[in-house]
Design a protein around this ligand. Sequence first.
Ligand code: CA
Length: 230
Amino acid sequence: MTDHVLVVEDEETYRDSLKFIFEREGFTVTLAATGRQGVEAFERGGADIILLDLMLPEMSGTEVFRAIRAQSQVPIIMVTARDDQIDKIIGLELGADDYVTKPYSGRELVARVRNVLRRSETFPADMPDEPSRLTVAGFTLDPERLTVSVGGKAQSLPPKEFSLLYLLASNAGRVLTRQVIIDRVWGADYFGDTKTLDVHIKRLRGRIEPEPGTPRYVQTVRGVGYTFEP
Ligand code: CA
């Protein structure tokens, strides 16, 4: 699985060089030239980490930071042109995960991004190689029989719905991005359009939620993905 970095940067030369650097290191890169485009790109496709320039037209880096934080704990590294104490304080007060000053070396930036990703607890999803029985929030999942039991009543699930529930339940309380879920549950088998995941979520809710219309367990995190609320 490749990590997806979203670069929000108004200067074309920086954008191009970041794309080159991160793609060479095996990352998937999305570029946004304005703050608004950055927020839209995140809401559309998510990201594992964001490199956010502080000085942006239309919508400042600070506003972009707040807009994204309002909906997600995705790691954000602030980038600024000046080695300015004030910028640094702004970045730290906002709660950025790290702070980088231009000009930076590509090697250093990649190392910082990897560090922050390693530290980040929110996004990595664990799917054991040999899944075992799992009990969470009163649900017991049996991977050998593809069943889920709640209150002593067992029902079998179609394999993809079982994998989806197992992935979400074994990461209960953590937000998983759409891309992470698709990679782990479907991998290279994901031929559907982007709605395939939502269709499976809907079916799964129909089976396990007391009120599928207002889900108690499988919750949508708008613009990011899904989480299992234990
Ligand atoms: Ca700028």
